[in-house]
Design a protein around this ligand. Structure first.
Ligand code: ADP
Ligand code: MG
Length: 495
């Protein structure tokens, strides 16, 4: 039982084994079936052939002895015996001739040729009880297989009625051992078994070759997958040198590895950037505190200045942390719960409300949103507001005092609505334009230290808009101003 269990486990441990043995089993079973059928057919055919040639022999002998059968004299019997013996030795068969009552007239068997009483006895024997003789006496050519009493081997008997003037004058029975046929069959069987064995061996060899061809890439894949699950270095790829499903699988696998590699790169970059951004204000706070401790706190003017900058720095840190949390939330949370119907107009007016203080402080003119048709989109209103606020606060941030910022809603198509945030600010240089939506990207590093944040606002806005199945775009002229456009699909009118 234990051995069987072990064998089974070995069998299921490899796809190649399973394929190989299943095929082998199928091939051997079908070859055996074919062999069995072929042998049975050959046997039947051979016996049929044999009995036909015995019939011909009987007919020939009948032609030779039919006159003597009628005569029934010593001479005629001797002639019949001679004819039977001659034919029997020629053909390697045993021949018995009986008269119309079933008494043996002639017998070719060598035992009967022995001199004395026995010969006499055999010659008088009545064998009309033997089935084939019985049938032949009734006028039917009869074929039977049974053990011959003379040789005690399996024998094929053909009994042929010799007819003379309408009546059966006697019967010629010819017997031949079937051992010869069976010997021939046995030879055939051996050949068949050899073929089966050779086919089996060939199958095993071909299957092993195939299995290796199939299994090698699968094994490589599994090895690489294991490697990947243990490390974050994605340096290895699979060879793609096949055009079949395995090649396709390798290709997909490589694409997956490439994607993982890219994501890992983004993740590491994000962590590096985030830590750098977090570190900067903390260090600044540290040096301000140091300055205060060193005596700056004594001077009321200096103290006020330093405390204000502490406030700014901690505010900056708070904003940065809030943004980082937003990014990680957007990265990890699924899209569920983003299917409320949102009124664009109310989201815009709430966003404007939210940045009003910032605009007032900077003395930037906010053009109030115009009244118009109420457009609706599907999504999450607080997230959409977050995206618009990010655009508005950038617009205020990067516009000098006295400038203007406006937000408009335009129907761009029957199914699309655009939210445009315009400013009359400093603009963005053409070489920076393609990058402003990237995480931690700031157009002017030196300048925006004072003005902007960590460079996450637009990345967050773009992610939110994408989750609303929308697009975000930017146009800008340096020194003139910038327009950010969010395009969203409208809620389908249900009529
Ligand atoms: N309205 C704008 N006018 C000029 N430059 C802008 C405007 N909006 C964004 N930018 C540029 O794009 C960069 C990325 O913006 P954002 O992702 O909001 O980061 P942050 O505002 O924190 O710097 C900004 O640093 C700024 O250089
Ligand atoms: Mg910003």
């Amino acid at each position: 039982m234990l051995g069987l269990d072990k064998a089974y486990r070995w069998f299921v441990s490899s796809l190649a084994n399973q394929l190989l043995f299943t095929y082998l089993l199928i091939i051997i079973i079908s070859l055996m079936a074919v062999t069995l059928w072929a042998l049975l057919t050959i046997r039947a055919e051979s016996i049929n052939d044999l009995s036909n040639s015995l019939k011909i022999e009987a007919v020939n002998l009948a032609l030779e002895i039919d006159n003597d059968l009628e005569l029934d004299s010593e001479d005629s019997r001797a002639r019949i015996q001679k004819a039977a013996e001659r034919r029997a030795t020629n053909q390697g068969v045993e021949i018995i001739v009986v008269d119309s009552s079933g008494h043996v007239l002639a017998d070719s068997s060598p035992e009967d040729k022995e001199p004395g009483a026995e010969d006499q006895k055999r010659a008088q024997e009545n064998i009309s009880k033997d089935t084939e003789v019985n049938e032949a006496l009734a006028g039917i050519i009869s074929v039977y297989k049974r053990n011959s009493p003379a040789t005690n081997t399996k024998t094929l008997f053909v009994a042929y009625p010799v007819r003379s003037r309408g009546v059966t004058a006697g019967v010629i029975r010819i017997g031949v051992p079937i051992t010869e046929v069976e010997q021939r069959l046995r030879k055939n069987l051996i050949v068949f078994l050899e073929i089966i064995f050779a086919t089996g061996v060939l199958t095993v060899l071909i299957s092993l070759w195939f299995a290796d061809r199939f299994m090698r890439p699968v094994k490589e894949m599994s090895k690489l997958a294991k490697e990947i699950s243990f490390s974050t270095e994605f340096t290895n790829y699979l060879p793609v040198d096949r055009r079949d499903e395995i090649g396709e699988l390798s290709l997909s696998f490589n694409q997956m590895v490439a994607r993982l590699k890219e994501q890992e790169r983004i993740r590491q970059e994000f962590i590096a950037n985030a830590s750098h951004e977090l570190k900067t204000p903390v260090m600044a706070i540290g040096s301000v505190v140091e300055a205060l401790q060193a005596g700056a706190a004594e001077d009321p003017e200096l103290r006020k200045k330093f405390l204000e900058s502490l406030e700014k720095l901690s505010e900056r840190q708070r904003k940065l942390i809030a943004e980082l949390l937003d990014v990680s939330k957007l990265d990890s949370s699924p899209h569920a719960g983003w299917s409320d119907t949102i009124d664009i107009a109310s989201v815009i007016s709430e966003s404007v409300e939210q940045v009003k203080a910032q605009a007032d402080k900077k003395d930037v003119q906010m053009t109030p949103p115009q009244d118009g048709p109420n457009y609706q989109v599907l999504g999450n209103s607080s997230q959409l507001q977050r995206a618009i606020v990010n655009l508005l606060s950038n617009a205020i941030n990067y516009t000098q005092s006295g400038g203007t910022v406006s937000v408009e809603t335009v129907l761009s198509d029957y199914s699309l609505v655009q939210i445009q945030v315009k400013d009359s600010g400093m603009g963005i240089a053409p070489e920076d334009l393609p990058h402003v939506f990237e995480r931690f990207y700031r157009a002017d590093k030196s300048r925006t230290r004072e003005l902007g944040g960590a460079g996450l606002g637009l990345a967050i806005a773009r992610e939110i808009v994408a989750r609303h199945h929308g697009l975000i775009d930017v146009e800008s002229v340096v020194g003139k101003g910038t327009t950010f456009t969010i395009t969203l699909p409208l809620v389908e009118e249900r009529t």
